[in-house]
Ligand binder design. Structure first.
Ligand code: ADP
Ligand code: ASP
Ligand code: MG
Length: 416
């Protein structure tokens, strides 16, 4: 009798019919003798709908109120699923994050989980109930509702699995696992049976939204056995078949791992590039430019500084497109007042494409092959960044899908 955490995303909960199927699947696991905690997202489109209501009233809403609003989608989901489970003859109880309690810090809209009290959940499980918990939300030390950032239900599920030492965390979604690249862009992309934790972390941080990055960090920190699988297949398929479907995140490379140099292609569409031109080439110039950006809590991703010529240099960096206007406003002010820059150039229409693979550690020539492939497609590279197991390039957003498809083909990724 294992303790299993299931997580169902927005599409999986997207209609009454799908909710009934989730209930059937959960009931099947419960009837097989397992103890089940189910973590849910809001129904598909609901969080966006709530955010658009807010946008109609304010361009810069108070984040505390924002969390009060966006957390409601998940609350509807847990109530609906509990009722659907009861219709299946299963005793189920639903909880909002604060009722569990899932305790977070007070960083509204991007809170971090500090502690999970599983007492109430255990009492229900011991009484034979299925426990259904609202994902994406928690409660801060002052009792205010917080949310964990977009896609945060993945993190809720893995964190609950870690706190309760669950045997497995199953992330059910609208694709049947983790693919070499987003199957919406490369239709025939190959699904991976396993992916190392390190690679999954890179893929998530480089834009593959199949798992929220914090959920992968949490799985790694607490060694949570995590599997990504489909909620859209027949809920009544035999349990042993379901238990080995999808993609397993592994913590050690083993002989079953595919020996590929590249495991995946990730991409992030909504990037923006800012270049500060002709600034004095002096010791603290990077700090002078990026310090005010950090103070405004804006994440900087790629950074590139030219080697100085005649005492002058250029520094370029990227931010998420949502932070672009704010970052440009800060720099326009600072470039005149303090930095003494000739110009600040901005381009909010760029995207990042990345190759990921632990095999890159022992292979040379991956970068040059990537650059050649892109040049053959007539795609100009605006910035480059690398780590031991990834290469990322910044390109015009219009070419992102073309770049992903060309790289998929050139690196022979349909082959196992
Ligand atoms: P959920 O609502 O279940 O949380 P998401 O939309 O957040 O689902 O994540 C699933 C989506 O992630 C898929 O529909 C797919 O388009 C996208 N995706 C991006 N990269 C990948 C990848 N490498 N493998 C699988 N899916 C991916
Ligand atoms: N409903 C939230 C979102 O749309 C959380 C999630 O789906 O994981 O971002
Ligand atoms: Mg998601």
């Amino acid at each position: 009798m294992a303790l299993i955490v299931h997580k169902y995303g927005g599409t999986s909960m997207g209609s009454v019919e799908r909710i009934r199927n989730v209930a059937k699947r959960v009931a099947k696991w419960h009837k097989a003798g397992h103890r089940l905690v189910v973590v849910l997202s809001a129904m598909a489109g609901e969080t966006n709908r709530l955010l658009s209501l807010v946008q109609k009233i304010s361009e810069q809403p108070n984040p505390r109120e924002l969390d009060m609003i966006t957390s409601t989608g998940e609350q509807v989901s847990v109530g609906l699923l509990s009722i659907a489970l009861q219709e299946e003859g299963i005793d189920a109880a639903s909880y909002a994050g604060w009722q569990v309690a899932i305790k977070t810090d007070s960083a509204f809209t991007k809170a971090r989980i500090n502690e999970i009290n599983d007492k109430r959940v255990l009492t229900d499980l011991n009484a034979g109930k299925v426990v259904v918990i609202a994902g994406f939300q928690g409660v801060d030390p002052d009792g205010y509702i917080t949310t964990l950032g977009r896609g945060g239900s993945d993190t809720s599920a893995v964190a609950i699995a870690a706190a309760m030492r669950a045997d497995e965390c199953l992330i059910y979604t609208d694709v049947d696992g983790v693919y070499v690249t987003d199957p919406r862009v490369v239709e025939k992309a190959r699904r991976l049976d396993q992916i190392t934790f390190e690679e999954m972390l890179e893929m998530a941080s480089l834009g593959s939204k199949v798992l929220q990055i914090r959920s992968v960090e949490c799985a790694g920190k607490y060694r949570v056995k995590t599997r990504v699988l489909s909620s859209l297949i027949d809920p009544m398929i035999p349990l042993d078949e379901e238990m080995c479907s999808g993609t397993l995140i592994t913590f050690e490379e083993n002989e079953k791992m595919e020996q590929a140099v590249i495991s995946g292609i990730a991409f992030q569409r909504d990037e923006a590039r800012i270049a500060v031109i002709n600034v004095p080439d002096k010791i603290d110039i990077a700090y002078q430019i990026l310090g005010p950006i950090a103070e405004a809590n804006i994440d900087v991703d790629m950074i590139n500084q030219n080697s100085g010529i005649e005492g002058k240099t250029d520094l370029a960096f990227t931010v998420n497109r949502g932070d672009y206007k704010h970052a440009m406003n800060i720099l326009s002010y600072h470039s005149k007042e303090y930095i003494n820059a000739q110009r600040v150039l901005g381009n909010p229409q760029v995207s990042k494409v990345s190759l990921v693979g632990v095999g890159m550690r022992s292979h040379v020539g991956v970068a040059s092959k990537m650059f050649h492939t892109l040049s053959e497609e007539g795609i100009n590279i605006q910035m480059i960044s690398t780590s031991e197991i990834k290469i990322s390039v910044l390109i015009d957003e219009r070419f992102i899908e073309c770049a992903v498809r060309a790289l998929y083909k050139e690196f022979d990724l349909e082959k196992t």
